[in-house]
Design a binder for this molecule. Sequence first.
Ligand SMILES: CC(C)(COP(=O)(O)OP(=O)(O)OC[C@H]1O[C@@H](n2cnc3c(N)ncnc32)[C@H](O)[C@@H]1OP(=O)(O)O)[C@@H](O)C(=O)NCCC(=O)NCCS
Length: 386
Amino acid sequence: MRRVAIIGAGMTKFGEEWEKGFRELVVEAGIKALDDAGISGDKIDGGYIGTMASGRLIGQEHIGGLLADYMGLNPLPITRVEGACASGSLALRQGFMAVASGMKDIIVVGGVEKMTDLGVTTVSDILGGAGDQEWELFLGATFPAIYALMAKRHMVEYGTTEEMMAAASVKNHKHGAMNKYAQFQREITIEQVLKSKMIADPLKVLDCSPITDGAAGLILAPMDEAESYTKKPIEIIASSQASDTIALHSRETLTGLNATKVAAKKAFDMAKMTTKDINLAEVHDCFSIAELMAIEDLGFFEKGQGGPATLAGKTALNGEIPINPSGGLKACGHPVGATGIKQAVECVWQLRGEAEGGRQVKDANVALSHNVGGSGATAVVHIYKN
Ligand SMILES: CC(C)(COP(=O)(O)OP(=O)(O)OC[C@H]1O[C@@H](n2cnc3c(N)ncnc32)[C@H](O)[C@@H]1OP(=O)(O)O)[C@@H](O)C(=O)NCCC(=O)NCCS
């Protein structure tokens, strides 16, 4: 297996981007990644693009063909990858495997979603398709409701409080306020979270990731060629993926995601590392409770300790393990297909020492990204090193 490096990274601003359509977003991110790598499209051998629901959100399928066309990459092979909110990370994993195997040399990988053209009820319905349509969504369980069930159980079993969950949102908004690409660049307080509109008890609007437009892109190359393109190649030292039941009711536990635990173990084994080697992590905080479960399932904290650790500031920029320096899904935004690539872009910037706005993690050498599809039927973990 060949070693694989990221040689270029770029993203659009995340948010309600009324001025830009789906194709403008994806092309902007792709061109930014190419420019960052200092190469033109004729160096590319192919690519992978993650999007969860472009067909239902904007009526456009065949995204591989669209991307090849609009990025001027014809006749190169570009393939669409789908794994709900983990679509972006799956595209990265496909690109990683293509370069690692020697099948391809220079690969573009991207993620995109255009979500704000529809009303929130319709978008919720579309997102609900990432869970069990027949046993959850059809019976009225939206994604906030699914994660609310996990939150309730976590509160009962471990004494997790609404303040602890709110602390994750407060910390992520603080980080987002330093990120010019973030949807919400404003700080919030625990009190504001607790008083915000109830969405699915105990989750309030400020416990939820928003509905977002955006795209992100990366250029991958074999490590032994990477230095001819960039002085700061970032190596992907682990890529892993795991699955679990599509419905929550089939799981042994509601207080953690087994797919995350399995993917994390595989990634740490592949990197020959432990949590102690990680300097920062971008984790899947689609809801505040999801971040608490993620930092436990990834092994940064014991089960049940994610809440107290977050409230104590251990996951802040200057804490024991900085979590979501980009602002996470909560503040940076969650254009579902783009999120996994955006997490990798943030890791690249952090490991190059180029994160702007005061959110650079000191002495960042190794970073981890964790991306979840739906309520945990898919989880993807990557580890990167400078
Ligand atoms: C939580 C949610 C239902 C809120 O939607 P909503 O009630 O329709 O909110 P609105 O669109 O009416 O927005 C009202 C205001 O709150 C803001 N807002 C909406 N969602 C927000 C969020 N998650 N965080 C912070 N502010 C938010 C809006 O920007 C708007 O502010 P403005 O009045 O200053 O423009 C929606 O954001 C949502 O469904 N989030 C979850 C998405 C999801 O499930 N993703 C997949 C996860 S697996």
